[in-house]
Design a protein around this ligand. Structure first.
Ligand code: IPE
Ligand code: IPE
Ligand code: MG
Length: 254
């Protein structure tokens, strides 16, 4: 057992001198990729890569919380990941439960809200139960919102929003003229949250893989060849530094 400590206690942390604390992304989203290849390089089973990836999650969640980032969304299991061998899917679900049980106290005591996005009703019941417990106990916290994207797909997010919108139109809760971009956003799993300012993808792939398709309209992308288990807080700092040098024009002129 390690000792619990408050990440944000005044003695515990000095933010990197280089980072501009007034220009931090409000919402960081990460496609946690490369666990399998990391393991393969080491002649280990893929599940060892996923286990090592959980260590990275611990470090990055803590760092985002310390930096004062408001939203961190981690792509942990996509709607397409069910295509993997059942043993791997089961191992991932088991790791999720272990993570939630193991980290709950520390996350809660550091004011983190443990939330999930995606169709979690298709996850094993034990995962649903742990997610619900974690959310119920942390939903009144005021620190980092940790969104675990589980059985998440950007297209599924939009289809699900269509269905809810259709019902509200049908039963007269909404009129056609109410439909706007903001309204559509409010029907997504990320309702009430700002769009991601930056989307990070390690592992060398240059694609979104069905992540936050509506929400990424003006996100900055940061890709790198580092595999997720090797991703450290220094890489996060580098991504934020690079983000701070970008000129976000949103279609205008600056
Ligand atoms: C990401 O690592 C974890 C999940 C998708 C759950 P991968 O398992 O996709 O690792 P690679 O891409 O095969 O290396
Ligand atoms: C994206 O990674 C999904 C997650 C990180 C959870 P994948 O490894 O599933 O993506 P592809 O198949 O390489 O596009
Ligand atoms: Mg992958």
């Amino acid at each position: 057992m390690w000792k619990l400590f408050k990440w944000n206690s005044k003695d515990s942390y000095k933010i990197s001198d280089e980072l501009d604390i007034d220009n931090l992304p409000r919402h960081i989203a990460i496609i946690m990729d490369g666990n399998g290849r990391w393991a393969k390089e080491k002649n280990l089973p893929r599940t060892a890569g996923h286990r090592a990836g959980v260590e990275t999650i611990r470090e990055i969640v803590k760092e985002c919380s310390k930096l004062g980032i408001k939203y961190l969304t981690l792509y942990a299991f996509s709607t397409e990941n069910w295509k993997r061998p059942i043993e791997e899917v089961n191992a991932l679900m088991k790791l999720l439960v272990e993570y939630l049980r193991g980290e709950f106290e520390e996350l809660n005591s550091n004011n983190v809200i443990i939330n999930s996005i995606g169709d979690t009703s298709k996850l094993p019941l034990v995962c649903q139960k742990e997610l619900k417990y974690a959310y119920d106990k942390t939903k009144n916290n005021t620190g980092l919102v940790l969104n675990l994207a589980l059985n998440y797909g950007g297209r599924d997010d939009i289809v699900n929003a269509f269905k809810k919108l259709y019902k509200d139109l049908k039963y007269g809760k909404l009129k056609e003229e109410d439909i706007s971009e903001d309204l559509v956003s409010s029907y997504l799993y990320t309702a009430g949250m700002p769009d991601p300012d930056i989307i990070i993808r390690p592992s060398g792939e240059q694609r979104l893989s069905n992540f936050l398709l509506w929400q990424c309209a003006y996100s900055e992308f940061w890709m790198s060849n580092i595999k997720w288990p090797d991703f450290r807080k220094e890489h996060l700092h580098q991504a934020i530094l690079d983000y701070q040098k970008r000129n976000r024009r949103f279609g205008g002129i600056k």
